[in-house]
Each structure stands twice: as C-alpha cells, then as structure tokens.
Design a protein around this ligand. Structure first.
Ligand code: 5GP
Length: 211
C-alpha cells in the first residue's frame, strides 16, 4: 500500500485583469495531476474564447435549471450595479467530483462569493487570492486588455474594490508582478499543501508505525 492523500481543491480568485487566468493555465499545463474546472456562464463569449475550453456558454434558462437541479458546486451573479443586470457564473459539479474520485487536484478560478460557498462545500480547500502590484497597474492592465468598453472597465474596477475586502477569507496571497514568478509561487503553494499530514488518507502501517 502506498501513502495516499486526499486531492486538493484550490480556489484562485483576484480582480479581473490581474492575470490569474494565465497563471492558473500555466500551472495546469505543467501538471497533469490537476484539472482546471471549466465554468458555465451566461455572459457572451469574447472574440478569442472557445466554448467548452474557456467556459461553457449557456442560456440564463439553462443556468437556472442547473442551479435548481443541484448541478453546480457554487454559483454567483457578477457585475450588478448601474442598473444593469449581472451575468451568472457557476462551477459544474460532475467534472469536479470525477476528478477528485480519480485523485486529481481541482483548480477553480472563481470570484469571492463562489469561494465562500466552496469553503462550506469542500473539506479543507486551499484559497489563494491574486493581487496586482498596485491599483494603478490593475487599471492599466484592464484598459490595455481592451476586451471591454470604458463602462465595463469601470464596473470591473468597482467590483475589484469590493473583492479586495474579502482577501481576509483566503489562506494565501500572491502579488502578480510577473507571470513566471507568480506561477512558481502558486506551484509552491500547491506542492506544500499536497504534503500536509492531515491530508493523508492511507498509510503503509505495517512498515512505518509511528509509535
Ligand atoms: P470573466 O467574465 O472576466 O471571465 O469573469 C468574471 C469573474 O467571474 C472573474 O472574477 C472570474 O474569476 C469569475 N468566475 C469565472 N467562473 C466562475 C464560476 O464558475 N463561479 C464564480 N463564482 N465565479 C466565476
């Protein structure tokens, strides 16, 4: 029998434009023992986004059916305010359960309301918050990304301000100065969490009794 540990659920949050998506994708590409959960969303795809890869793009009706049918680990409505309705985002339950059952670590790139629900749902999840080097830098990155109009950029900055207050619900923070350094640091967090004694579920007792 080998020493076995419970797979991880790693939540990565941070303001839109901070670069967390790139960091998370780099982590998952380098490590086949991890699965990056693909969320469902009601928002429209951006030009480069691929259905089934970046998100599963679904209708509001389908989203509500999934929510009511308990097919989501967590969900949130994002970017309310200014009289505009928000868009819905959620983590499909089945692929997460399947990955965990196969011993794979699951990475969820989700916002703060969803992270809170994961904390209630999962046993001992790891919560990581990605911060920008400065507020000015976040503004610059969001504007340069140029995927949204100025109104959407403003909305995202407002949301970021609200999200920063939830930093204290998290276990780790990363400051995304460069993608390379932040990826190395996230990998280090994941590796350390894999080695927590409390995650051991089976143990080769015959040969290594601890008393
Ligand atoms: P975007 O529209 O920029 O892709 O994502 C907007 C926000 O929704 C980001 O903070 C992103 O992390 C978050 N998000 C993406 N998928 C999910 C999800 O499944 N659940 C929750 N709660 N948030 C999500």
């Amino acid at each position: 029998m080998h020493l076995q540990t419970r797979p991880l659920i790693v939540v990565v949050s941070g303001p839109s434009g901070v670069g967390k998506g790139t960091v998370v994708r780099k982590l998952v590409q380098a490590d086949p023992a991890t699965l990056l959960s693909v969320s469902v969303t009601t928002r429209a795809p951006r030009p480069q986004e691929i259905d089934g890869v970046d998100y599963h793009f679904i209708s509001p009706d389908r989203f509500q059916a999934m929510r009511k049918g308990h097919e989501l680990v967590e969900w949130a409505e994002v970017y309310r305010g200014g009289g505009t309705a928000g868009e819905f985002y959620g983590t499909p339950l089945q692929p997460v359960e399947e990955a965990l059952a196969n011993g794979r670590d699951v990475i969820l790139e989700i916002e703060v309301q969803g992270a809170k629900q994961v904390k209630q749902w999962a046993q001992d999840p790891v919560l990581v918050f990605v911060l920008p080097p400065s507020w000015e830098e976040l503004e610059r990155r969001l504007t340069q990304r140029n995927t949204e109009g100025p109104q959407k950029v403003l909305q995202r900055l407002e949301t970021a301000q609200v999200e920063f207050r939830r930093l204290w619900d998290y276990d780790y923070f990363l400051v995304n100065d460069t993608i390379e350094q932040t990826t190395v640091e996230l990998e280090a967090i994941v590796e350390a969490e894999r080695h927590r004694v409390r995650r051991i579920v089976s143990w080769p007792q015959e040969r290594m009794n601890h008393d």
